[in-house]
Design a protein around this ligand. Sequence first.
Ligand SMILES: Nc1ncnc2c1ncn2[C@@H]1O[C@H](COP(=O)(O)OP(=O)(O)OP(=O)(O)O)[C@@H](O)[C@H]1O
Ligand SMILES: [Mg+2]
Length: 277
Amino acid sequence: MHTTDETAVEFEEVTFFYPDEEDENPGDPTRVFTDLSIRVPAGMTALVGENGIGKSSFLLLAGARLMPMSGTIRLFGRDTRDFADAPIDPSLEEERNQLASFIYQNMEFETDEAIGGLMEAVYSMGRLETRESSFLEELVEVLELKDARMKRMQELSKGQLQRAVIAFSLLYGSPIVMMDEPVFALEEAQKERVFEYLLAYCRKNGTSIMYSAHNLELSRKYSDSTLLFRKEADPIVGPTSEIFTRDNIEKAYQAPMDTLYRRDSLYRQMLLGAANS
Ligand SMILES: Nc1ncnc2c1ncn2[C@@H]1O[C@H](COP(=O)(O)OP(=O)(O)OP(=O)(O)O)[C@@H](O)[C@H]1O
Ligand SMILES: [Mg+2]
């Protein structure tokens, strides 16, 4: 059982940039992170901040999908460098996935089997000790997957696909799940329902979720902690009630609050456009 007193992810003097941004002078603004030290507690954590500020990169680093150029990242105490060879070593990849699952921003894959069968398969190969068919039924209900059950991945709508992937991630049962924009294609009411369920699920089972959702209201409502990325300063993390002040948010984005809410809906349109093209 993980509690918010426990550390889920720790960055120690982490420097990271994308290889094609290779820089000659340290401190170059194209670096995503420079000597970043931060500790993210267990529980449900929302990553909040401007487009392009580094939320996805942070999730990929924390989930051992990317490696830092220098410094150390620990995931429940485990150095993520242990998983550097995961892309070329299937058993290491599985070990990494069992520690941290990842929902990528735009997942697309084709399957021969339908969602219902895949859910059962993921559940049986996952790491949960007890398996109950009632959990499968609960997920089908909450994530509205009744119709999707009979369909294969490539036959799903974007929203159905996102809901199916969330179901897989919980069925697999890793102690932490990184979710990068996992619900942008869902209707507002569905988003609320899914996030309400995820927060309750985390609290009940001690699972941790770190997500970015590009939706300030959702992030505030459904998180124990907030990791706030700031323009021109390092990110800060803490209990959502303490971090989510108007002052903190406006400083982080260097923009007034009401324009930020408008940006959320524009961004959703953009992601949907990209997903449908
Ligand atoms: N694969 C990549 N190759 C090169 N640069 C990248 C890559 N992915 C991201 N970047 C750059 O790294 C920086 C951080 O990007 P990142 O995707 O982590 O931001 P983000 O906060 O997730 O943004 P968004 O809110 O738009 O999802 C940006 O400057 C971005 O342009
Ligand atoms: Mg992103």
